[in-house]
Design a protein around this ligand. Structure first.
Ligand code: SAH
Length: 262
C-alpha cells in the first residue's frame, strides 16, 4: 500500500475502514454461488472481503499498474477474475456469457467521476442484476433516491425507479478512505423489483423523460415541444396540472400515463 500512489484521474480513493468493508458485505446478503461484479477493484480491499463468500467475483480495473499487487494478494483464489480495462468500453454481454445462469450482483465503491455513465450502462445493458450495492458521492446518492418535487430529482431517478427499488443505507465519512476525498459518501442499495409498471412503448417513455428534463428549470412545455402537446395536456389535467409544470414535479406513474396516451 505504501508504494501505491493513488491516481486522481481514475478517482482512486481506496476504502480502508474495515468496519465499513464488513458492513457492506453483511448488508449485501449475497446468495451462495452467485456472481458479484465489482467495478474499480483498486487495491482489492473490498474484493478481499467479498471473495471470502462462496461466490464468483468478476472485477474491473482500469489501472494496469495495480495488477502486480493484486495478483500477489489474490494468488490463492480461483473464484476471482479481473478484467484490466475501462468498464465503460466493455461488451458486457460477452463478459457475462460464462456466468449466464448465475444470480448477479453489482457491489462497488465506484469511481465517482463516472458514476452516472456506469449506472446508465448497467441499466441499459440487459444483464439484469438482482441487487446493487454502490458507494457513491452523497449528493449523487440523494439524487438516485430522490422523491418528485425535490431538487435532486431528475431523469436518472425516474429511469432507475423503473427497474429498482432504491434505498439509502448509510453515510460513510471521508475518513474511511485513503486518500481522503473532498466529499462524503453514501451506500445505496438497488433491489430489482418485478416490473410493476405498464409502459406501452419503453423507447418513447425513456425518450420523453430524458427530453422533459433537458432544461430542468423550464416548464414541461418548453422541453417537449416536439410532442403532441394537446394529448400531454389532456393527461396532465387528470392530475390538476397543466403544461407549465416542471418535470421534477412528475412522478414515474405520471410520466408513464402521459407517454401511454401519446
Ligand atoms: N474498490 C476499491 C477502489 C475504489 S476507487 C476500494 O474500495 O478501495 C475507484 C477505482 O475505480 C479505482 O481503483 C480506479 O482505478 C477504478 N476505475 C476508475 N475508472 C474506471 C473505469 N472506467 N473502469 C474500471 N475501473 C475504473
Amino acid at each position: 500500500m505504501e508504494q501505491i500512489r493513488p491516481k486522481k484521474k481514475f478517482g482512486q480513493n481506496f476504502l480502508i475502514d474495515n468496519n465499513i468493508l464488513n458492513k457492506i458485505v453483511k448488508i449485501a446478503e449475497i446468495e451462495p454461488n452467485s456472481l458479484v461484479i465489482e467495478i474499480g477493484i483498486g487495491t482489492g480491499n473490498l474484493t478481499e472481503q467479498l471473495i471470502k463468500e462462496k461466490i464468483t467475483l468478476l472485477g474491473y480495473e482500469i489501472d494496469n499498474s495495480l495488477k502486480e499487487g493484486l495478483d500477489k494478494k489474490f494468488n490463492n483464489y480461483s473464484n476471482l477474475n479481473v478484467v484490466y480495462d475501462d468498464f465503460l468500453k466493455r461488451n458486457l454481454k460477452e463478459d457475462l456469457k460464462p456466468y449466464e445462469n448465475k444470480t448477479k450482483y453489482v457491489i462497488a465503491n465506484l469511481p465517482y467521476y463516472i458514476t452516472t455513465p456506469i449506472i446508465t450502462k448497467i441499466i441499459e445493458s440487459d444483464f439484469n442484476p438482482q441487487k446493487m450495492l454502490l458507494m457513491v458521492q452523497k449528493e449523487v446518492g440523494d439524487r438516485l433516491a430522490a422523491q418528485p418535487g425535490t431538487k435532486a430529482y431528475g431523469s436518472l431517478t425516474v429511469f432507475i425507479k423503473y427497474y429498482f427499488e432504491v434505498k439509502k443505507m448509510f453515510l460513510v465519512s471521508k475518513n474511511a478512505f485513503f486518500p481522503k476525498p473532498n466529499v462524503d459518501s453514501l451506500i445505496v442499495k438497488f433491489e430489482k423489483t418485478p416490473i410493476k409498471y405498464e409502459v406501452n412503448n419503453e423507447k418513447l417513455f425513456f425518450k420523453f423523460v430524458k427530453d422533459a428534463f433537458v432544461q430542468k428549470r423550464k416548464t414541461l412545455k418548453n422541453n417537449i415541444k416536439n410532442y403532441d402537446l394537446i394529448k400531454v395536456e389532456e393527461t396532465l389535467k387528470k392530475y390538476n396540472l397543466d403544461l407549465t409544470v416542471r418535470a421534477e414535479k412528475l412522478s414515474i406513474e405520471q410520466f408513464i400515463d402521459i407517454t401511454n396516451n401519446l
